[in-house]
Unconditional design. Structure first.
Length: 251
């Protein structure tokens, strides 16, 4: 079957349902806008499983996502969306490109969550933009930008708490959003949430547990992804989730 779209880490396929797509996670890893590439056995499986756990947890806490259901080991059925070409990065701790841009050491906690917007355009290397560039390029309405930022802060609060319960510090992460094909006024979280799109440091040791292990040639990339999955499964499937407690109190 030919994908409708093939990106660096995922493929999208049509389904029998006009408003649903199949999103398949690949084993490929890229960094620096595709300049560095590698294949990691099981990466697709880990990132799919992590995205499902996190999307279910976010949905249970009132955050709408494009997730519909699982479709095997490496794929999900997702709602068809028109992706808003803005990558929203939320940062809690100085790391990565922020450390370089501001000349601050990695690991310094920011005074509060810091939001950045990037123009999702591979040919341009995803440049950082601000609200005025968004307006000029008509990437989203001003109301949508306000909504995306509020979404980002809410997701940051929720993910910070979830990862903290799993002994992980959420340093920063990237979100993408889409307008539902069935209802373009509704914006939902799209793409994936995984160690490819989040910086996660072990809360005790500070060890990097995310794609920086690949970007920086630290080794043990899949061992870290597997450990993040193990901890999140324990955190999100053993304890009482809001939906579990809601159904308990109803029964
Ligand atoms: P950065 O420090 O390289 O700008 O990355 C910030 C966060 O965004 C980090 O958690 C990794 C994530 N990210 C992506 O998901 N995709 C990308 O293309 C880039 C550059 C970063
Ligand atoms: N995802 C981007 C790339 O493929 C960059 C990154 O995550 O570092 O190249």
């Amino acid at each position: 079957m030919t994908p409708l779209y093939e990106g660096k880490a995922k493929r999208l396929f049509a389904t029998d349902h006009p408003n649903e797509l199949l999103m398949e996670f690949k084993d490929s890893a890229t960094a620096f806008n595709g300049a560095k590439k590698a294949e990691f056995e099981n990466k697709g499986r880990f990132n799919k499983a992590l995205t499902v756990l996190l999307y279910r947890a976010l949905e249970a806490r009132g955050v709408p996502t494009h997730f519909v259901r699982e479709a095997g080991d490496v794929a999900l059925i997702v709602k068809k969306v028109d992706i808003i070409p803005i990558e929203l990065v939320v940062r809690n701790v100085v790391a990565g490109s922020l450390a370089k841009r501001l000349g601050r050491p990695e690991g310094v906690r920011l005074s509060g969550p810091l939001i950045e917007l990037y123009y999702k355009d591979d040919a341009l290397g995803d440049p950082m933009i601000n609200d005025e560039h968004v307006r000029e390029l008509a990437l989203a309405t001003p109301e949508e930008v306000v909504r995306l930022k509020a979404f980002g802060l809410r997701v940051n609060d929720l993910l910070t708490e979830i990862f903290s319960g799993a002994g992980l510090m959420l340093v920063d992460f990237k979100l993408e959003f889409g307008r539902l094909a069935s209802d373009p006024a509704t914006v939902v979280l799209a793409d994936e949430i995984s160690p490819d799109t989040c910086r996660l440091w072990d809360a005790q040791t500070g060890e990097k547990m995310d794609k920086d292990r690949f970007r920086r040639d630290l080794g043990g990339v899949m061992e870290s992804y597997a450990e993040v999955l193990r901890r999140l499964e324990k955190e999100l499937t053993s304890g009482e989730s809001p939906s579990a407690s809601a159904s308990l109190s109803l029964s």
